[in-house]
Write a protein that binds this ligand. Structure first.
Ligand code: SF4
Length: 394
């Protein structure tokens, strides 16, 4: 059977009520809210607010429109998110205007980060055997993944499936990052209640170049994998090469073959043509391979680091690739479980990531969780590249 993905054109900077109409039409094209859920049932609306910055979050008007439509239909609507680990929930909620959105939409504001988390067993064949998810997500009759069109470094895209990571406990977010992010996303989506995905593509966000581009589209579908696959193709990525989408398809969670997906409401060719060269994706660089090629000049000691930290480390070392042989001896420590004091002949020691902040007065330190440009500015420390270049200039 074909999966249906609904598509509606909208002005990227349209007024709230223009966006409300577009979201309503997108749901109508799926058969209407009444075909999705009965009145009086509980719905959790989960926007993506990775950080309190417009580039990082779902257009608030889209979140409001979804919550309002389900609330007026007669559902109990909960609105909640758990932002990226280093971001405080309070800061994210306040910047995003969560309280106002909930009030204006007739929804209840809930905290996914600080709620009780209940264990969901993952069926056989999963990578993890169990995942703790917020009780609000577990108790909802329907979760609405209100994600935004965004590229991502490790997972290529952050769309409906990956947005669901906000319902797991912060400790488990880190576990996903250290043990298998793509597999974790698939396991998580396999144990959630039914999910309706509404993708805010008012703007497309390229997180490699940190720029956004007006697109003017709302996508919606009850097959999250198919909805993400259609959005990925508009972004210029083959869904079969997006690891978590491909794994989800193999697990039987949804379609990625565009021939098995019917897009209703719009022809998407024009968007595909327009966005073809916009989104960039640079394959994560493997820091261990780069260090290996330095003939022992650079060593890495890891202690259960998150994939995002290794990713940043790989990117920084790749930028210095041609100069690595010029170093004396450098050892880079990453992850919360390293003990740099135990390494006697390690040469110059550099520690990366805020989980090693306790050592900042003892060794060279690059802060941030993860250690990104924003974090270096906030922590007033140099980037790994700058710190290493400083060693060469001495
Ligand atoms: S600093 Fe890096 S390794 Fe440490 S908790 Fe943050 S992301 Fe994970």
């Amino acid at each position: 059977m074909k999966s249906i993905v609904s598509a509606v054109r909208v002005l990227p900077q349209g007024m709230d009520y223009v966006i409300l109409d577009a979201v309503e039409l997108a749901l109508k094209q799926l058969g209407g809210i009444e075909s999705i859920i009965e009145r009086k049932k509980t719905v959790l609306v989960k926007p993506n607010i990775a950080k309190p910055e417009p580039l990082d979050y779902t257009n608030p008007a889209v979140t409001w429109a979804i919550a309002k439509l389900f609330s007026e239909y007669g559902c109990r609507v909960l609105l909640g998110e758990d932002p990226a680990i280093p971001t405080s929930e309070k800061a994210a909620y306040s910047h995003y205007g969560m309280e106002n959105i909930a009030k204006m939409a007739g929804a209840e504001l809930v905290s996914l980060r600080h709620s009780e988390h209940v264990i969901k067993r993952v069926p056989e064949g999963g990578y993890f055997t169990e995942i703790p998810i917020s009780k609000y997500a577990a108790e909802a009759d329907l979760i609405i993944s209100a994600a935004t069109m965004k590229s991502a470094n490790i997972t290529t895209v952050t769309l409906g499936m990956k947005n669901m990571k906000g319902v797991i406990s912060p400790k488990w977010k880190r576990k996903f990052h250290t043990e298998g992010l793509n597999q974790g996303i698939v396991d998580l989506n396999s144990v959630l209640p039914p999910v309706l995905t509404v993708l805010d593509c008012t703007f497309g966000r390229d997180m490699t170049k940190k720029v956004s581009y007006p697109v003017g589209l709302i996508l919606a579908g009850l097959d999250t994998v198919a909805t993400d696959a259609v959005c990925s193709s508009i972004m210029g990525f083959d869904a079969g090469e997006v690891e978590h989408l491909s794994l989800a398809n193999k697990r039987g969670l949804g379609n990625i073959d565009l021939n098995k997906i019917e897009v209703v409401g719009l022809e998407l060719e024009e968007f595909i043509k327009e966005l073809k060269c916009f989104f960039t994706f640079s394959k994560p660089q493997n820091p261990f391979e780069i260090a290996k090629a330095s003939n022992g000049k650079i060593s890495i000691v890891q202690g259960n680091p998150c994939s995002i930290c290794l990713n940043e480390l790989g990117n920084s070392l790749a930028e210095l690739k041609d100069r690595l042989n010029e170093f004396e001896k450098v050892t880079i420590f990453v992850g919360p479980n390293v003990h740099p004091e135990e390494y006697k002949d390690a040469g110059t020691k550099i520690l990366i990531g805020s989980c090693l902040k306790k050592y900042e007065d003892d060794y060279l330190y690059v802060g941030g969780c993860p250690p990104t440009e924003d974090a270096w500015i906030a922590e007033n420390c140099g980037s790994l590249k700058q710190v290493m270049e400083g060693l060469l200039d001495k």
